[in-house]
Design a protein around this ligand. Structure first.
Ligand SMILES: *Cc1c(COP(=O)(O)O)cnc(C)c1O
Length: 358
């Protein structure tokens, strides 16, 4: 029986994407070959790459000065590719330190220029997103993490700044309607909300490129990938295909519908947490993530109640992946686009059931 998958990433994928992916491994586009066996230069695959990029442009309603790339190296490689391409040695970039990934992105930038911490919630264990921030005049860009996967907080507003905003949207890409044109650069590892591990989407306003003096290795230069249309070397063919399928699945529903469903799913879960004496949320209410719902036992819970007990109880209800991040503890239910309402309802029921027995 298929489990209800709350893992934070790699994460749940739409059933129809998995089935189409399976078929492509057997026989891709009627070629009599597996997608794993063909040239990335074949017209069949070039079409996938082109359409995937076009779908991103369409879904985000991007203006003509934006380019869409599918790259190797995970979102973590963007932590250094962004400053490498955008930040001169003598320049400053501002960073919002709102979680683990935000912190790691900031640390990497220090290798390439000056980093200014615009704000940080580190001392409060990242339980909220600071509303007060300071971005120096002349900052080359401001980097933020739109959804903090580990701690379960999410931006529901955007800072007003003079410089371009770079956003790591790895864990909430295509989960809601946004004015994507307000960002200078957006990146997202595919394995949370738009496919499988192995490919990272980058959307960049090309006017920001070409201003740093340092020499860049070709593979780490956005301009090379733009010029070669993400085909400078062999792209991760199958992950790109899965992203293409996921993008089609997203388009079929539309971002508006997807956002409404995500709001509803998150509400069910947060309402259950707030109504419970046993569980409590861990993040400031106004910053709660629609994607990663973090909670823990409240102080009223009996001392002998261990987190393992609830994880095991949930497993009996076919639920997997709700253990919190290793350094955070508690529970985390990741409810990305492909998580069904029924999946969320099952978790809510398991929580109520568990509470009534605790
Ligand atoms: C998972 C995640 C990352 C790291 O992604 P990799 O593809 O493993 O490098 C970076 N940022 C955010 C917000 C994430 O959720």
């Amino acid at each position: 029986m298929k489990k209800i998958n709350f893992y934070s990433g790699p994460a749940v994928l739409p059933e129809e994407v998995l089935l189409q992916g399976q078929e492509a491994i057997r026989d891709f586009a009627g070629m009599g070959l597996s997608i794993l066996e063909i040239s990335h230069r074949s017209k069949e695959f070039v079409r996938v790459m082109d359409e995937a990029r076009a779908l991103v442009k369409e879904l985000m309603q991007l203006k003509d000065n934006y380019e869409v790339l599918f790259l190797h190296g995970g979102a973590s490689s963007q932590f250094f590719m962004v400053p490498m391409n955008l930040l001169g040695d003598a320049e400053t970039a501002a960073y919002f330190e709102t979680g683990r990934w935000a912190h790691l992105a900031m640390e990497e930038a220090k290798n390439f220029g000056a980093v200014h911490v615009a704000c940080s919630s580190k001392n409060e264990n990242f339980t909220h997103i600071p509303k007060k921030y300071n971005v120096p005049a002349g900052a080359k860009y401001l980097h933020l993490t739109s959804n903090n996967t580990v701690y379960g907080s999410q931006f529901h507003w955007w800072p007003e700044v003079q410089c371009p905003v770079v956003a790591d949207m790895s864990s909430d890409i295509f989960s809601r309607q946004l004015d994507f044109n307000r960002f200078g650069l957006i990146y997202a590892g595919a394995q949370k909300n738009m496919g499988a591990a192995g490919v990272t989407m980058v959307v960049v306003n090309k006017e920001l490129l070409g201003n740093v003096k340092r020499k860049l290795p070709a593979m780490l230069d956005y301009r090379v990938h733009i010029e070669k249309q993400s085909m400078h070397n062999t792209p991760p063919v199958f992950p790109v295909y899965l992203s293409f399928l996921t993008l089609q699945w997203i388009k079929k529903q539309g971002l508006k519908k997807i956002e409404e469903r995500n709001i509803q799913k998150a509400k069910s879960l947060y309402d259950a947490i707030d109504a419970s004496y046993l569980f409590e949320g861990t993040v400031a209410k106004e910053d709660r993530s629609l994607m990663n719902v973090c909670f823990r036992f409240s102080k009223e819970a009996k001392k002998e109640l261990t987190e393992e007990k609830f994880v095991a109880f949930a497993a009996e209800h076919n639920i997997v992946g709700i253990k919190g991040y290793k350094t955070v503890g508690g529970f985390r239910a990741s409810i990305y686009n492909a998580m069904s309402e029924i999946g969320v309802d099952t978790l809510v029921e398991a929580m109520r059931d568990f509470e009534s027995r605790a």
